[in-house]
Design a protein around this ligand. Structure first.
Ligand SMILES: Nc1ncnc2c1ncn2[C@@H]1O[C@H](COP(=O)(O)OP(=O)(O)O)[C@@H](O)[C@H]1O
Ligand SMILES: [Mg+2]
Length: 325
């Protein structure tokens, strides 16, 4: 029998009065995915995860976890664990004691997995310390340890890396990679692209409750084209040289220098030669790392004359832009 899909969400809606917090979301998470649910604050990430975990009722649509509806039975949540927003603990109890309480609630074998879970999240050495003295990162990791007590096949984590310092973020990424390598399917939400992009094989990008893109980040970047920053000794001249070149689009003056979109490496290379020939000294020519905001922009407005258009038009800005997917 083929294994049921870890997460299948169809037409999911959550309304709060007039506000549509989650708007017709379709989501498929396959076994083995580390799936990033990305969007700015207020996009509806936590609300979606709450519905997936069966904590609140959808206004419309369906959630299936391994083929079962989390609203209908506790059994549907077998093999599934996670938390939304920050996990809560008793601050005056230590880490191990808190896990004992969780294990007592979960029942079954959970209590036998306390030490192993502490070990996996790297808290074995701190298990005797009161949680009140834990850093934010340690609390997040204890939250994951609590989830691991259920021996989940699917882990749902709401912004696990938000608020962590760079070291804590790296530890969190390493931990999620380990869990994934051990066979777990993971869905995590984030409002920062940089936080999750090396981690996730697939993403959904949500804004105002709607999924604007679902697929691999590599495909999205290819679709969006690449953006570059150019800094020279003569910006005006540089813009004149860059403007209208094949494969170069969207040449704009910014505080940092001249920004442009390029269809491919060849177009950038040809521009650098043209600048040299025009005797424009180049101080800097660098690919800008796309942020979540850039990608949103390319998803929603990219079919005008942005880098996405340069790419889709094969570099000719005069050609009619092809419809974005
Ligand atoms: N219980 C609630 N009652 C009313 N509005 C809510 C409630 N929960 C969330 N919202 C609203 O729904 C939208 C999405 O919130 P949320 O899911 O928390 O977003 P995110 O987790 O992406 O930051 C926000 O506008 C938020 O104010
Ligand atoms: Mg949230």
């Amino acid at each position: 029998m083929p294994q049921a899909t870890p997460i299948e969400v169809r037409g999911l809606v959550k309304r709060y009065g007039d506000l549509v917090a989650v708007d017709q979301v379709d989501l498929t998470v396959e076994a083995g995915d580390v799936f990033g649910y990305l969007g700015p604050n207020g996009a509806g990430k936590t609300t979606s995860l709450r519905m997936m975990l069966g904590l609140i009722r959808p206004s419309a649509g369906t959630v299936r976890l391994f083929g079962r509806d989390p609203q209908l039975s506790v059994k549907a949540l077998e093999g599934v664990a996670g938390f939304v927003e920050a996990p809560s603990f008793y601050p005056y109890l230590n880490g191990r004691e808190n896990l004992r309480l969780f294990a007592a609630l979960d029942g079954g074998e959970a209590a036998t997995r306390i030490e192993e879970s502490l070990e996996i999240v790297g808290l074995a050495g701190r298990a005797k310390d009161r949680v009140g003295g834990y850093s934010h990162g340690m609390r997040q990791r204890l939250g994951i340890a609590a989830a691991l007590l259920r021996k989940p096949r699917l882990l749902l984590l709401d912004e696990p890396a938000t608020g962590l310092d760079p070291g804590g973020m790296r530890d969190m990424r390493d931990l999620i990679r380990e869990l994934s390598a051990s066979g777990m399917t993971v869905l995590l939400s984030s409002h920062l692209l940089a936080e999750v992009e090396e981690l996730c094989n697939r993403v959904a990008i949500v804004r105002s409750g709607r999924v604007a893109y679902q697929g691999s980040l590599a495909d999205l970047r290819a679709q969006a084209g690449e953006e570059y920053l150019l800094r020279t000794g003569d910006e005006e001249r540089a813009r004149a040289v860059a403007g209208g070149r094949p494969g170069i689009a969207d040449v704009t003056a910014t505080d940092e220098g001249t920004r442009f979109g390029a269809a491919d490496d060849e177009a950038v290379g040809a521009l650098s030669i043209a600048l040299a020939e025009a005797r424009v000294p180049v101080f800097e020519l660098a690919r800008r790392h796309a942020t979540l905001e850039d990608l949103f922009f390319s998803l929603t407005e990219g079919d005008a004359a942005g880098p996405a258009a340069a790419r889709r038009n094969g570099g000719d800005p005069a050609r009619t832009p092809v419809e974005a997917r």
